[in-house]
Design a protein around this ligand. Structure first.
Ligand code: PGA
Length: 252
């Protein structure tokens, strides 16, 4: 199974800086045995694509999508619009969208299904809050979010989906969830997929870890069985740091 590393810029870098990041990152020596993607703000997709040209490394990812097709949805962006930029992955249900924009499990499920239909790999983010973690509710919350998110996916689709386990308390906090603990949660996600979909999909699904990943801890996660890559926020903002992180993750 090839590992996947996704840079998540969040709300950083408009078109001018996005092009510069891509060009600088392309100058980095990158491992060939790993997949790398960069999730950029919608307004920067065109600049990122222009800087990439026909190059496919890093793959282009979006940070959000709306589930409808063309129509009266002012301000929204459809999966087929993302497809026009050659977007291969799109995050859905990031905790910042769930908590700041009020995104519900049902909305996440609709977004994931719309992406899959358009041939774009949804990267479904799940994770418990600090309060839920302290109450020992992690597995319950993860089971709920995972069950809801896959409810509208097509088991026969050729487009796979990816999960990212991101404990809310570890995002941007410098407190990464210990790799063994993350692995246990990954097993919960895989278990739900096996039960609600099938064994084959559960075996193949990539489950990433996200939350305070940096150059110093990445290797520990990627050498833990059941963790298939990482979603990286802060440590992806500098293209040289993210390049180093990719090399550290998977020396070629
Ligand atoms: P972080 O963010 O790496 O800055 O903790 C990860 C994320 O929110 O995807």
């Amino acid at each position: 199974m090839r590992m996947l590393l996704i840079a998540n810029w969040k709300m950083h870098y408009g078109p001018i800086k996005a092009g510069g990041w891509i060009r600088a990152f392309r100058r980095e020596r990158l491992p060939k045995n790993i997949d790398i993607a960069v999730a950029v703000p919608h307004v920067s997709l065109a600049a990122a694509r222009a800087s990439l040209g026909r190059a496919s490394i890093p793959a282009l990812a979006a940070q959000d999508v709306f589930w409808g097709e063309d129509g009266p949805y002012t301000g929204e962006i459809s999966a087929s619009m993302l497809d026009e930029f050659g977007v291969q992955y799109c995050l859905v249900g990031h905790s910042e969208r769930r908590s700041v924009m009020g995104e519900t499990d049902d909305m996440v499920a609709k977004k994931a299904a719309a992406l899959q239909k358009a041939g774009i790999v949804p990267v479904i983010c799940v994770g418990e809050t600090s309060a839920q973690y302290k109450k020992g509710e992690t597995n319950k919350i993860i089971r709920q979010q995972t069950t809801a998110a896959i409810a509208k996916l097509d088991v026969d689709s050729k487009t796979p989906f990816v999960f990212a386990y991101e404990p809310v308390w570890s995002i941007g906090s410098g407190k990464a969830c210990p790799a063994q603990k993350a692995k246990e949660v990954h097993d919960v996600i895989r278990g739900v997929i096996q039960k609600k979909m099938n064994e084959n999909i559960a075996e193949k699904v990539l489950i990433l870890y996200g939350g305070s990943i940096d150059v110093n801890n990445i290797a520990e996660y990627l050498t833990t069985t059941g963790i298939n890559g990482a979603l990286v926020g802060g440590a992806s903002l500098d293209p040289r740091v993210f390049g180093l992180l990719c090399r550290t993750a998977m020396p070629s």
